[in-house]
Design a protein around this ligand. Structure first.
Ligand code: ADP
Ligand code: MG
Length: 558
């Protein structure tokens, strides 16, 4: 507490620079900030969602439709807004898709709460009602979930395709969803699916249709010397996390050379050392060596003489993937290298794609490593396709792990919203209002899908509700025609976990924000922004800027 009465003297415990907002003002400020975040991504939701162009302070441009990318690039710096951004981040980590939905639901929960707070419903009652509703909603979703067999390629591909809908990848979604499912299958084992084993290699040039899946690892480098072979069959692979160079002396030692012989001797000594390095690598039997540091010219020469393919400056993520794929143990120096550290690959070859040389390491020991070569006309296009592919990999992984999906197109949200209204009647009291508000909030998904498709949201909702009332749990919105259709028949599926996670994180964040009635900040929290002046909650002081902190970051957004 900032001030306490001690006798007649108030005791000041906060520093002069700190800022404080309390009670309704604090609540209102947080609600506004959360709503603003949700509002900023709402138009990107669904098949007809639009993209946004973000320009950062150094002029880099990103064009995206991806919720979590948008929010992390927007440089939001309001503490309450940050909590909503975290909802997207959790969603991304847990399931890889549904980030926009999660944030939009969180925003709507706050918006609905605002009305109830105005009616003097206490925040604690609201929080309690929201929590109960979330639990009930999750249970209702589980009830309508559809079982999917992990061998059901058709449905897995439909799930992959649904995650690409409305994104740059959509044009080639048949091919891409096939590749995504193949990739997930390749790396799936008893412990589940580790999508880290799926490397996405972006190649500018050619069309998306040229994308392919390679079993193995592709390194975006070429061999260090043209005198080395292009190709090695049944290759023993060494991985060195270090340099193949002569260490510079730590101290500035001065070498006094008095006659030419001495200089020659000195150079010969260095050369001998480098030659020895190359020989050591050859002696253990390596055919290929991947080095994360540099390789001296002389060492290159000797390695080439030994017929070894050497690649330098390999990214550390590639080094670890190579290690996993070939079974090699990375060593930090050639001196430590022994036969047991070598891995194996059926083929290592330098090949050209789109005019660029790359090293393909295929037929590896552990087939648990695949590379998806993504092709596209320009870097921006590929980057956005890559983000859709990441979502798609996430949903297929989640489905393979959980085996449960839901129909998309707003169907589950409408269904659960109806169940919640029934449930609300059994709750009674003021909490009932919170449960009903929660039910209303879920409808923000179909409503937004309709709005973004240029449809009348009220008409769409009325139709959807009546279909679900009639027991049609798979009825969703066809964003292209505006009709209410059976999403099962259409093959629009999303993993159950995408929806349950979105509801759980959105509820947690909303509840957390609603329970705050005091914000104490050290120093200036957010720079106030002129445009936001009217929306400032009264008495918010320097913090009243609401989303003021976003001003800078979003300045370049169109
Ligand atoms: P998110 O970041 O939440 O995944 P998206 O922009 O990917 O946002 O939109 C997801 C929403 O779009 C989900 O509600 C999903 O059911 C819906 N959707 C996806 N494909 C279709 C489709 N073909 N028809 C109708 N709705 C769809
Ligand atoms: Mg999505």
């Amino acid at each position: 507490m900032a001030q306490q009465q001690m006798g007649n003297q108030p005791l000041i415990v906060l520093s002069e620079d700190s800022q404080r907002t309390s009670g309704e003002d604090a609540q209102s400020m947080n609600v506004q900030a959360g709503k603003a975040v949700a509002e900023s991504v709402r138009t990107t939701l669904g098949p007809k969602g639009m993209d946004k162009m973000l320009v950062d302070s150094s002029g880099n441009v990103i064009v995206t439709n991806d919720g979590v990318t948008l929010l992390s690039e927007m440089e939001i710096d309001h503490p309450a807004a940050d909590m909503i951004v975290e909802v997207a981040e959790t969603q991304e980590e847990e399931v890889g898709d549904g980030t926009t939905s999660a944030v939009v639901i969180a925003g709507e929960l706050l918006s609905q709460a605002e009305d109830l707070l105005d009616q003097d419903i206490h925040a604690t009652t609201l929080a309690q009602g929201y929590r109960e509703a979330a639990e009930e909603a999750t249970a209702a979703l589980e009830e309508i979930a559809i079982d999917v067999d992990e061998d059901d390629t058709e449905v897995l591909e439909q799930i992959a395709a649904t995650a690409m809908t409305g994104k740059g990848a959509e044009n080639a979604k048949d091919l891409l969803s096939r590749l995504v499912v193949e990739a997930v299958r390749a790396v799936a084992d008893d412990d589940g699916v580790d999508t880290d084993n799926i490397k996405v290699e972006k190649v500018v040039g050619g069309s998306v249709e040229n994308s392919e899946l390679v079993e193995g690892v592709i390194v975006d480098k070429e061999r260090v010397s043209d005198n080395m072979p292009y190709f090695a069959e049944d290759a023993d692979v060494a991985i060195v996390n270090g340099d193949l160079e002569i260490k510079e002396t730590e101290i500035d030692a001065e070498v006094n050379v008095t006659d030419p012989d001495q200089l020659e001797q000195f150079l010969e000594q260095e050369e001998a050392q480098l030659r020895e390095m190359a020989e050591q690598i050859a002696d253990v039997g390596a055919d290929v060596v991947f080095v994360d540091g540099g390789i001296d010219d002389m060492a290159q020469h000797y390695l080439a003489q030994e017929g070894i393919i050497a690649v330098r400056r390999v990214k550390s993520s590639d080094q670890s993937q190579l290690a996993r794929a070939t079974g090699a143990t990375p060593v930090s120096s050639v001196d430590d290298l022994s036969e047991g550290d070598l891995g194996l690959a059926g083929s290592v070859a330098q090949k050209e794609i789109a005019g660029d040389q790359r090293i393909f390491v295929e037929d590896v020991e552990d087939a648990n490593a695949v590379t998806l070569i993504l092709r596209g006309g320009t870097e921006h296009v590929i980057d956005e396709i890559d983000r859709a592919i990441e979502d798609s990999l996430g949903v297929v992984r989640t489905t393979v792990e959980d085996g449960k999906v839901l129909a998309g197109g707003g169907a589950p949200e409408i269904d659960v919203s109806l169940s919640l209204r029934d449930y609300a009647d059994s709750v009674g009291g003021r909490e009932q209002l919170a449960v009903e508000a929660f039910a209303d909030a879920l409808e923000v998904i179909p409503r937004t899908l309709a709005e973004n498709a240029g449809l009348d949201p009220i008409d769409s909702l009325v139709e959807l509700r009546s279909a679900h009332d009639g027991g049609d749990t798979g009825a969703g919105l066809d964003a292209y025609t505006g009709d209410t259709i059976d999403m099962d028949a259409e093959g629009v599926y999303e993993p159950l976990r995408v929806k349950t996670q979105a509801i759980e994180s959105a509820t947690e964040a909303a509840v957390m924000l609603l329970r705050i009635d005091d914000v104490i900040a050290a120093g200036d929290l957010a720079v106030s922004h002129d445009d936001d002046e009217e929306e400032m909650p009264p008495g918010g002081g320097g913090m009243g800027g609401g989303m003021g902190g976003m001003g800078g970051g979003m300045g370049g957004m169109m």
